[in-house]
Design a protein around this ligand. Structure first.
Ligand code: SF4
Length: 874
């Protein structure tokens, strides 16, 4: 390996291959060493991709960051690739299909519209747990998934054929973030630039908030909304302020028995406690070196739960070991090592870069944890479920004859978070083995499932002889997808459904996921605890969520001997030995290739045309009305009725549900009227290619409270002029027909949760012109702008409570397109029904000039169409 030393002509040679690269130490000397590694990566990106004065300003801005460890300067970040999943890529690709139609109607060549960056989309979010606790559960669920979603999947197959650079990974190949870790990420990639090979950092954006899982192996990437991803796909950079960076200094080492999940939950609680909100997080200090790449990826995955955009771990020997363990080539691994060492990106456990804020966590102080029962940041010792559940006001008139008051209804080893690290699944398998040996079994009312992120898991669990042990306690593999984590948990068991109907129990989900918001896991469950995979099995064996596993036996053996958690918990040495014994790097490419062959997928009859042939009778795919050259800006001066008045922590699950479509819902009635079977409506997420369904589904969540008139039925609101309580869609349509503008009012953290562009699209189709909130979750704010909806932030001290909006009150908004600028004041007045007027201090929650431009154009799609037509005209 050599470096030809000139900063502008720097080269490194690996195995005889020579690559140019941006030599950060050569260009910036000590100045770059003071930066967090994430900012060094942004610096490399702007040096390589920007030009002239803009580049100089961006470089100066990043280097000047160290003076105050914060900045308002904007930079343009150009990632190398885009990662999506089926429920975000379907609407994005439907939009592109609609844009191709719009271009054709405007006389342009529809085939000319293609993403300019590689796009990988995995079909992982629709797999539901219908079959469980049986050996053939995985193929049975996969078969059903393909039957249910055949029309949508045919469309995805069309997109992969018609659109250049779009790769769709079929159902059964794994969860997107695991696929990214195991198959797609290169850490350092090579590019042809000006006729020469360059080595550059692998960077991406993903349309999923857990995209930062890839930060665990030193790849910079974060989650964006589907709409922002569309701008990036079509060649526009991510414009953003140089981020504040929170440094998490890790010291010590995890104690025996403590797992990466426990660390991730602790980090979540600690960072939420200091109010992290959209900042980048980077881990540093000597404790980092004690964590494997698998451990790091678990922690990085939960970045959205701790409020961060990233949870970054720089590259070191553990990263290289992971690349080797997953069968990356020797050359690729040597390139990662050489590049990161040359460019100052290699991890130094003694380095103390400048951070905006720093917290310290002593790894040796962490115990075994769970989080819940409703938020991932509510950290508890694993023994404290009874304490948390005891605070609930639940007093059944009569005890259930055989179930405890808080039975475990679902026990799911699920989610990319905790199923991508072999150590966690092997630990679960070892616990199952010990339980099986003692003759223990799981109560029949519990729905058990094991949904790994990767089909490679089956190979190493098989080699470790753990498949039968897991099966013996009900944890058969149900498939390789998001399953329970995204709410596709399928029906609850009969005893639980019956007990719920009689209100004799208040059941709980135990899961190894990352979110437990009410209704997330299952629409009928609003309690859930997040925990490590082995703890999921332990609670399943207990059957009672109120048990103190540190003191009470979780079950007795058939001959009456009490069994405690300590009797089953595997030692660190047992786990490490079995991980080593079961590991085979070839599992990863082999299992992925085999799953990719999925004959049912490849047998789908997908059209070959440049334009997608819409079927007017389809209830899965409809040409979206906003993919049109007619969509205008929603800025301007207007007087609006509040369509909804909401409180704090309204999630994107509240705004646009993903789970099963209830048979008795307004949406079900609509679908049945269009010919669908009421008993087979699938999940909301599967309908995101059909705007007619999704607009009717907006705000369909039984836990959502509309303060405009409390006590209304689910997804209803007051149509103020008529005084009628109507389904939200009907009320919105009435306002639109009468020419009345509407806005939405909310409290803190509006749009928290999944990055779900339908949460914004639904609001646009309801006619909402602006959302006034105390604060916004980062991705949802960006999605609102992507749909041309103005997010407005109340000044401190103002919130829905202080406004006390009453039916008949209106909000006057004056947001002129030509005066809009980042974080500008916007004139808002509250005009009471009695005619009195109250000015409201509000600021545009708009961060960049590109966002202003999007709002002036009416959103992402009009802007892409404008650019495409301008290119054609030129
Ligand atoms: S967090 Fe859950 S829903 Fe999201 S990608 Fe991972 S498994 Fe899927």
């Amino acid at each position: 390996m050599e470096n030809t030393d000139s900063p502008t002509e720097a080269r490194l040679t690996v195995d005889g291959a020579s690559y140019r690269y941006v030599d950060l130490p050569g260009l910036f000397g000590d100045a770059q060493r003071k930066l967090p590694v994430v900012l060094r990566l942004l610096l490399e990106n702007v040096v390589r991709n920007m030009e002239g004065e803009e580049r100089q300003q961006a470089v100066d801005g990043i280097l000047a960051w160290t003076a105050h460890a914060t900045s308002v300067a904007e930079i343009a970040f150009q990632p190398n690739r885009v990662l999506m999943h089926d429920t975000t890529s379907t609407p994005a690709l439907v939009d592109i299909a609609g844009m191709r139609d719009a271009l054709a109607e405007a006389g342009a060549d529809p085939a000319s519209l293609n993403p300019v960056l590689p796009v990988d989309s995995s079909v992982d979010h629709s797999l539901a747990v219908e079959y469980f606790a049986q050996k053939d559960a995985a193929p049975a669920n996969l078969k059903l998934e393909l039957q249910r979603n055949a029309e949508r999947y045919r469309f995805l197959r069309w997109a992969s054929k018609a659109l250049q650079g779009v790769r769709i990974h079929p159902p059964g190949t794994g969860i997107m973030h695991t696929i990214n870790l195991e198959q797609l990420a290169t850490v350092v990639t090579t590019q042809e630039r000006d006729g020469e090979p360059w080595a550059v950092p692998d960077t991406l954006i993903g349309t999923d908030s857990h995209t930062p899982m890839i930060n665990g192996i030193g790849v910079l990437g974060w989650g964006v909304g589907g709409l922002e991803a569309q701008t990036v796909m079509f060649g526009m950079p991510v414009m953003q302020r140089i981020p504040d960076v929170i440094g998490v200094r890790l010291t010590g080492a995890l104690r025996a028995g403590v797992l990466a999940t426990d660390l991730a939950l602790t980090v979540t609680q600690r960072l939420r406690a200091i109010g992290v909100s959209g900042e980048f997080v980077e881990f540093f200090g000597p404790g980092v070196a004690t964590l494997s790449a698998g451990d790091r990826s678990v922690v990085a995955n939960m970045a959205p739960e701790y409020g961060a955009s990233t949870g970054f771990f720089p590259v070191d020997q553990h990263t290289l070991d992971y690349l080797s363990a997953t069968n990356r080539t020797e050359h690729a691994i040597r390139l990662v090592e050489a590049f990161t060492q040359k460019t100052g990106l290699w991890f130094d456990p003694h380095a103390e870069p400048r951070y905006t804020r720093t917290i310290e966590i002593d790894l040796s102080s962490i115990g075994m944890h769970i989080a819940g029962p409703r938020r991932p940041q509510d950290l508890l010792d694993y023994s404290q479920t009874a304490h948390a559940l005891g605070k609930l006001d639940f007093h059944p008139a009569q005890a259930h004859p055989f179930m405890p008051k808080h039975p475990v209804a679902i026990a799911a080893i699920t989610s990319c978070t905790n199923t991508s690290d072999p150590a966690l699944l092997i630990a679960a398998g070892l616990l199952a083995r010990k339980a099986r040996a003692l003759g223990l079994s799981v109560p029949s009312w519990i729905k058990t499932s094991l949904g790994p992120g990767s089909p490679a898991a089956a190979a190493y669990l098989e080699r470790a002889n753990l498949i039968d042990d897991l099966s013996a306690v009900g944890f058969d593999i149900v498939g390789y997808g998001c399953t329970t984590c995204i709410g596709n948990s399928g029906p609850l068991t009969e005893p639980i459904r019956d007990a719920l109907a009689h209100k004799s129990v208040y059941p709980v989900a135990m899961l190894s996921g990352n979110r437990n918001f009410p209704g997330r896991i299952h629409p009928d469950l609003d309690l859930g605890f997040i925990m490590s995979p082995p703890l999921v099995i332990a609670f399943a064996l207990a059957g009672d969520a109120e048990i103190d596993l540190s003191q009470q036996p979780l079950q007795t053996t058939p001959d009456g001997k009490p069994v405690y958690l300590r009797d089953l918990w595997p030692t660190r040495e047992e786990v490490a030995a079995l991980v080593a014994q079961a590991a085979d790097p070839h599992d990863y490419p082999r299992a992925f290739a085999l799953a990719s062959e999925n004959p049912a997928w490849h047998g789908l009859d997908a059209p070959d045309s440049a334009r997608f042939p819409w079927n007017p009778a389809s209830t899965a795919l409809r040409r979206p009305p906003f993919a049109s050259t007619e969509q205008g800006s929603q800025l301007g001066a207007y007087s609006a009725y509040p369509l909804l008045v909401l409180g704090d922590d309204v999630t994107t699950d509240h705004i646009s549900p993903a789970s099963a479509i209830p048979k008795d819902s307004y949406v079900a009635d609509f679908l049945v009227s269009r010919g669908d079977d009421r008993d087979d409506l699938n999940v909301f997420a599967s309908r995101r290619g059909n705007w007619e369904v999704m607009v009717r589904a907006a705000f369909y969540n039984r836990t959502l409270v509309n303060r405009l008139r409390p006590g209304m039925p689910v997804a209803h609101t007051l149509h103020v002029p008529s005084g009628e309580v109507l389904p939200i869609f009907e009320a919105a349509r009435r306002y639109q027909q009468d020419g009345d503008a509407v806005v939405l009012v909310a409290g803190e953290r509006y749009g928290t949760g999944s990055s779900r562009d339908w949460a914004a699209k639904g609001q646009r189709l309801l006619g909402i012109r602006a959302v006034l909130a105390v604060s916004f979750e980062r991705i949802h704010r960006s999605n609102l702008i992507g749909m041309g909806i103005l997010p407005l932030r109340f000044a401190p001290g103002t919130n829905p409570d202080t406004l006390d909006l009453q039916p008949g009150d209106k909000l006057e908004v004056d947001a002129a397109a030509d005066t809009l600028s980042p974080r500008c004041k916007v004139a808002v007045r509250l005009v009471r029904a009695d005619g009195s007027v109250q000015p409201i201090d509000a600021t545009a929650a708009v961060e960049t000039q590109l966002e202003c431009r999007l709002l002036r154009s009416g959103g992402v799609i009009p802007l892409i169409l404008e650019k495409s037509l301008a290119t054609r005209a030129a």
